[in-house]
Design a protein around this ligand. Sequence first.
Ligand SMILES: NC(=O)c1ccc[n+]([C@@H]2O[C@H](COP(=O)([O-])OP(=O)(O)OC[C@H]3O[C@@H](n4cnc5c(N)ncnc54)[C@H](O)[C@@H]3O)[C@@H](O)[C@H]2O)c1
Length: 319
Amino acid sequence: MTRRYSSRKRILVTGGAGFLGSHLCDRLIADGHEVLCVDNFFTGDKSNIEHLAGEPRFELLRHDITFPLFVEVDEIYNLACPASPIHYQHDPVQTTKTSVHGSINMLGLAKRLKSKILQASTSEVYGDPAVHPQTEGYWGHVNPIGPRSCYDEGKRCAETLFFDYHRQHGLEIKVARIFNTYGPRMHPADGRVVSNFIVQALKGEPITLYGDGKQSRSFCYVDDLIDGLVRMMDSAAEVTGPINLGNPQEFSMAELAGQILAATGSKSKLTHAPLPEDDPRQRQPDIGKARQLLGWEPKVPLAEGIERTIAYFRGLASA
Ligand SMILES: NC(=O)c1ccc[n+]([C@@H]2O[C@H](COP(=O)([O-])OP(=O)(O)OC[C@H]3O[C@@H](n4cnc5c(N)ncnc54)[C@H](O)[C@@H]3O)[C@@H](O)[C@H]2O)c1
């Protein structure tokens, strides 16, 4: 679809070569917009966006958002930040800088351009939650000095910055709190549970369950999540968020492993490893606000999303 010039927007996606960012670039191009994808390729990969290389409305810029950026755009989606514990703990100071300095730089850009800006925040702002399911009104239970704090507290500080730019400078902001999302283009070695289990199952390696495997998570398929982000960006100015985006259906890690074993037909055995420090026991979004304000809810069932994700990882293995 190519939009008429009047309705076509020039949209910046930071972290656009990553898992979620690349799907967002696809969606915005399909919607007829121009996309400027900015990435420093820390966890992103050119292969995630190489299919867009011949597209005249797509542009790629290698840049680290902890440094200022001067470009002209109508909207900004700020997704740049390593999202898996293995990656964000690799260089924790850079992780905090990406959330804090990166947000300051992108908010400064939005202020200069008077453009809307959306922050990809996270359910990790709730920490190991004492309230279940988590509503946006819950302030969280977060360790400020642990190994996960660079990510959790960095994202919390980014939310603070977004709301202060909104109150102090009248900036139009959108803060989306994203819960576990999975799908094609997840990094195969980033230790996130869905990709981990699928890769282990496809290789016939033992599937690692942390703790007793009873801790629960909810998993949102990437297409649903991207639709939520776009709806949020397009929502009325007074809808600032934070809004939870995720799939409220809850599964234990043991159930997830069982589904993946069945779908891959793998003979992998289950093994147990100690629970990582500060690993939340339960995580489930309350998506009442997203339903009410965005008319959004996830549509893709876990079994279907897992099939599509397995197909992607099979393709990688045979490439
Ligand atoms: N995938 C999820 O389940 C999930 C859940 C909650 C929040 N999020 C948030 O969504 C966003 C995208 O996550 P993802 O899963 O696609 O992760 P990802 O690691 O695949 O993508 C992050 C992208 O940001 C880039 N990046 C990192 N630091 C940068 C910097 N300083 N400058 C420029 N680019 C930089 C990386 O190279 C990568 O392409 C992140 O902000 C993450 O915190 C994701």
